[in-house]
Design a protein around this ligand. Structure first.
Ligand code: SAH
Ligand code: SF4
Ligand code: F3S
Length: 474
């Protein structure tokens, strides 16, 4: 047995779910109907990837997709619980659907994802949002077909619900319909065991469980054959991949296996935890030709006292040493990070420590968040005399410091030629193409729309804080 815990959903169960999708599709076809679905995703790439699975299931059940809520026969919100504002937006959106549902009683409204794994929220939806038809948590994703069937059968008189709180499982071979034809995200593991004191993720995503390397390689090989140019390996903590398996394959080994896939182009991965960033992994990044020179390594805070209270399991010094080693080993490495401002009782000195790390590491970009209290996590009970105003002030100051660094690093690229993967037309100007360097920087330039999905060489002519401008060179 490869898995220490038997977490894989059986093929029979998956086949049963697929049969349900075919049944629904058949009924739709008989009625000459092509129902439309409207899907909204909050949160991280893992949630996006889950939505792509739901899209795949709906597609197999005969649904098409719409960008217009009022047109939809099925509406789904895939929710995120990581910060309060993400939750508030979901409640706002659900409230607004009441009117739509009254006008169109056959409409099915579903809410899924991380928020639904919290008992008090699932209860609140059941009691106060009775126009919702289906709720399910992250562990029940693979059972979506039977829930959809039940909602269709009961004529929406009952709320269908599956928010079981377990350690979670792995469901292979679910349908998928990806949003992008150039870049693909592939979950290699699910869940998190780290229990950082501020974070809700381990409570809503269950324990770390890794997919078998054979299944991962099979999926990525197929994506490469289908023409995908960039693969991002996903997990809350990708570099602890394999620790729950008996296969002897760790994340560095997996990276090498993916790098060896015939025809593979760019490989990225996120997110890595500093405590699991081994020399072996740095060596693999340095020697794998297709692995992009970009490391996203969340530090969260530059203060050792706060890191300890965050339960991050590394010190500022250990973190900085690893960054230095990675920069030395991987030429041109871009480094990005996540930072929380205003963790309970963060002093001015703690905050200065964080600013100093920014200046020392010189991150290409940071993703910064104001601390949001999550009930049920250890940090929620820590005393916090710091005012919201102080937190916002610190946040603004940090952005200012970082913007200067980002602009400085981008400016140093002016005059260089970068290989850019063309993603398509710029959203703001249809005459301009947009793409990314291997270090994940956005580059805008003039070019033929037919270049979408190809690699071009671009001379960088101008630097901005968030992007670069350039010209295609032959
Ligand atoms: N597993 C990843 C990502 C987790 S969520 C990691 O460990 O890096 C993404 C980011 O959200 C985290 O890195 C953290 O910076 C932020 N975050 C998590 N919980 C938060 C909270 N309660 N308040 C504010 N930001 C939070
Ligand atoms: Fe949350 Fe920490 Fe796990 Fe990341 S590593 S998901 S921040 S508990
Ligand atoms: Fe949010 Fe869940 Fe991702 S809480 S950040 S959607 S794992």
């Amino acid at each position: 047995m490869e898995n220490k815990r038997n977490v894989q959903v059986s093929q029979e169960q998956i086949d049963e779910q697929k049969r349900i999708l075919q049944n629904i599709a058949q009924i739709n076809a008989q009625k000459g109907k092509q129902p439309k679905a409207f899907l909204v995703t909050y949160g991280c790439q893992q949630n996006n990837n889950d939505t792509e699975r739901i899209r795949g299931m709906l597609f197999d059940a005969g649904y098409s997709f719409t960008e217009n809520k009022a047109d939809a026969d099925f509406i789904l919100y895939n929710t995120c619980a990581v910060r309060e504002n993400a939750e508030m937006r979901v409640f706002g959106n659900l409230g607004a659907l009441k009117i739509l549902k009254r006008k169109k009683p056959a409409l099915i409204i579903a809410v899924c994802g991380c928020m639904m794994q919290q008992e008090h929220i699932a209860k609140q939806i059941r009691q106060k949002y009775k126009h919702v038809d289906i709720i399910f948590g992250t562990h029940a994703l693979y059972k979506f077909p039977s829930m959809l069937q039940a909602a269709l059968d009961t004529n929406r008189t009952l709320m269908v619900s599956d928010v079981e709180n377990s350690d979670g499982c792995i469901a292979e071979d679910l349908p998928i319909k990806r949003e992008d034809g150039i870049k693909a995200w592939v979950s290699i593991m699910y869940g998190c065991n780290n229990f950082c004191s501020y974070c809700i993720v381990p409570y809503v995503r269950g324990r770390e469980r890794s997919r078998k390397s054979d299944d991962i390689i099979k999926e990525i090989t197929a994506l490469t054959k289908a023409g995908y140019k960039e693969i991002t390996l996903l997990g809350q903590n990708v570099n602890s991949y394999g620790k729950d398996l008996d296969s002897g394959i760790d994340f560095a080994d997996l990276l090498r296996m993916v790098n060896d896939i015939e025809g593979i182009h760019r490989i990225r991965f996120m997110t890595s935890h500093p405590k699991d960033l081994s020399d072996k992994l740095i060596d693999a990044m340095a020697s794998c030709k297709h692995v992009c020179p970009h490391l996203h390594l969340p530090i969260q805070s530059g203060s050792n006292d706060i890191l300890k209270r965050m339960n991050r399991k590394y010190t500022r010094e250990e973190y900085l040493q690893k960054i230095e080693k990675a920069k030395r080993s991987i030429p041109g490495l871009a480094v990005t990070t996540d930072i929380i401002v205003g963790f309970p009782n963060e002093t001015d000195a703690d905050f200065e420590d964080t600013l100093n790390v920014l200046k020392q590491v010189e991150y290409d970009t940071i993703f910064s968040f104001i601390y949001s209290k999550r009930n049920g996590t250890p940090a929620a009970t820590m005393p916090d005399p710091i005012t919201d105003e102080q937190k916002h002030e610190r946040f603004a100051r940090m952005i200012e410091v970082q913007n200067e660094i980002s602009l400085k690093l981008n400016s140093a690229m002016v005059g260089s030629v970068q290989e850019v993967l063309v993603e398509g037309k710029s959203k703001t100007n249809p005459n301009i193409l947009t793409g990314r360097t291997d270090t994940n920087k956005i580059v805008n330039f003039e070019g033929d729309a037919a270049l979408e999905g190809t690699f071009v060489n671009v001379l960088i002519t101008e630097a901005k804080t968030w992007s670069l401008n350039g010209e295609i060179v032959k």
